[in-house]
Design a protein around this ligand. Structure first.
Ligand code: PLP
Length: 360
């Protein structure tokens, strides 16, 4: 059996070209006589890999010089604690709760200080993004936190919240590098790479330098302190070397595709195919407010649990895999990240059309 169309929310599809290249270099990375998995993180060869990866990311995102790029571990979830530990100088932070990941971040932050839920869309099962143009931002809030793209529910902030001058912190795990961003609007941008960038095990954190200090909450573990990693260019301890190497390849692939502007166009084209079909379909329908639709994660339902299950089973059989919705929401979800080719979406839509005809 060949490769399938993998609509997994994460870990997720990677560019085939990247996987092939990694396969070619598996036994002997460019004359080093070893795999990247086997080499010292202090070696010259690896130093080039991590430096080049960082530079390519900086080029792609146009990251200003006063921002550090950190390659970390522990998943996005570990940042739910690290962020308040590093940034809650006044002990207050405002959270916009637009899904389970934002909610988890808010709950975790509550352990370390006053985490205020200033807006939420939980009243309608997170099917929309609340109006964030004039929120009751706390005067002494150290930061305002968002989850920019809600992987489970399929919503995305199309405009950033008005933070009233406070530092914006964003979890971009599932929309990382899917379109251009204005880094300067954020204090911290971070994400687990296993959704849209690379293999699980790497978290990339882009942070404005003035936010990296020794003034962290008492008891903050050395490994969770941003300064620890910033001072050592992500080489304080052994970083996730192989994962960083693959991320670097993905960055090069993205540059070759034309960068983030080109990715945005491509992603919009892909998402439109699917959303247009959902809007015209009599069987399938999208589950979120149109204006807030994610380009990356597209949840949909038939309205009938058994039919949903039948669809997922038949789709899997046909080579469209991992379409089952998140266990907490049910239905279906197609994650159509950067590396999902447009043919995959076209074929999925054709398959859905056929399924609709056969189940009318
Ligand atoms: C998957 C996901 C997480 C959790 O990531 P881990 O790396 O598993 O901790 C957090 N936030 C968002 C938006 C996600 O999609």
């Amino acid at each position: 059996m060949g490769r399938v169309y993998n609509f997994s929310a994460g870990p997720a599809v990677l560019p085939e070209e990247v996987l092939r290249e990694a396969a070619d270099e598996m036994m002997d990375y460019r004359g080093s006589g070893m795999s990247v998995m086997e080499m010292s993180h202090r070696s010259k060869v690896f130093d080039n890999i991590i430096k080049e990866a960082e530079q390519d990311l900086r080029d792609l995102m146009n990251i200003p010089d006063n921002y550090k790029v950190l390659f970390l571990q522990g998943g996005a979830s570990q940042q739910f604690a690290a962020i308040p530990m590093n940034l809650m100088k006044n002990g207050v932070a405002d959270y916009i709760v637009t899904g389970q990941w934002a909610k988890k971040a808010w709950q975790e932050a509550s352990k370390y200080g006053k985490a205020v839920k200033v807006a939420s869309s939980e009243d309608k099962t997170f099917s929309y993004i609340p109006d964030c143009s004039d929120l009751p931002i706390d005067e002494d809030a150290d930061y305002v936190y968002i989850c920019e793209n809600n992987t489970i529910y399929g919503t995305k902030f199309k405009t950033l919240p008005n933070t009233k001058g406070k530092t914006l912190v964003a979890d971009v795990s599932s929309c990382f590098l899917s379109e251009p961003v204005d880094v300067e609007k954020y204090g911290v941008i971070y994400g687990g790479v296993q959704k849209n960038v690379g293999p699980a095990g790497v978290v990339i954190l882009i942070i404005r330098e003035d936010l990296i200090t020794d003034d962290v909450l008492e008891g903050t573990p050395t490994m969770l302190k941003y300064k620890t990693h910033a001072d050592k260019d992500s080489l304080y301890n052994t970083p996730p070397c192989y994962g960083i190497y693959i991320c670097g390849k993905v960055f090069k692939w993205l540059k070759k595709q034309g960068g983030l502007e080109a990715m945005k166009d491509y992603n919009e084209k892909k998402a439109k195919l699917l959303y247009d079909f959902l809007d015209e379909s009599k069987l399938f329908k999208g589950t979120v407010v149109k204006e807030d639709r994610s380009l990356m994660n597209v949840p949909f339902v038939t309205g009938d649990k058994d039919l949903d299950a039948k669809f997922v089973a038949e789709a899997t059989e046909a080579g469209f895999v991992n379409l089952k919705g998140h266990r907490t929401v049910g239905g279906m979800r197609a994650s159509i990240y950067n590396a999902m080719p447009i043919e995959g979406v076209e074929k999925l839509v054709a398959f859905m059309r056929e399924f609709e005809k056969n189940n009318a």
